[in-house]
Design a protein around this ligand. Structure first.
Ligand code: ZN
Length: 161
């Protein structure tokens, strides 16, 4: 596993930063280990089936500490130029499903393509139209399919708290 030495200003693995190539089976990594157990179980079942189909699911981000989420939010504000625009991409530490362990960001695009086709069968759903990498557990999706996506997080009632 690579270190984060290429990003010396970034917070470390204990805050939820994950090394490149992390998978759902790397449970010594806090960003994976601190995920909601039901989400992690669904993700592992999906990852195993995807692997059998020749597709690797990589966890680009999972659980994050409030400090790491705050760092990402500040980065987004400087990248997008305003708090309002940043809110379309990064939640606050209080509202983020990553901080509660209820969201994973998956890559690469072959993996998100596989998940968009098969994820509902595991209860794994894309939540935001603008974030094809962001998945959360929606157990009812197994029987009923995934709920309609929000265009972006600013349309999500959970983000209005
Ligand atoms: Zn996400």
């Amino acid at each position: 596993m690579s270190s984060r030495s290429e990003h010396p200003g970034a917070l470390g693995e204990a805050d939820g930063a994950v090394p490149h190539g992390t998978t759902a089976f790397d449970d010594e990594i806090p960003g994976v280990a601190n995920l909601d157990p039901a989400l992690l179980g669904a993700l592992r079942r999906a990852a195993a089936d995807a692997a059998a189909a020749g597709v690797e699911l990589v966890v680009d981000s999972g659980w994050r500490s409030p400090e790491y989420q705050d760092y990402l939010l500040h980065q987004a504000v400087s990248k997008y130029g305003s708090v309002g625009e940043a809110a379309r991409w990064v939640a606050t530490p209080r509202t983020s499903a990553h901080v509660s362990g209820d969201a994973v960001d998956i890559g690469p695009s072959s993996a998100t393509a596989w998940l968009s086709e098969h994820g509902a069968g595991y209860g794994l759903c894309q939540i935001y139209g603008n974030e094809p990498w962001h998945y959360e557990l929606r157990p009812e999706a197994i029987d009923h399919g995934c709920p309609r996506m929000y265009a972006d997080p600013t349309h999500d009632p959970r983000m209005q708290r």
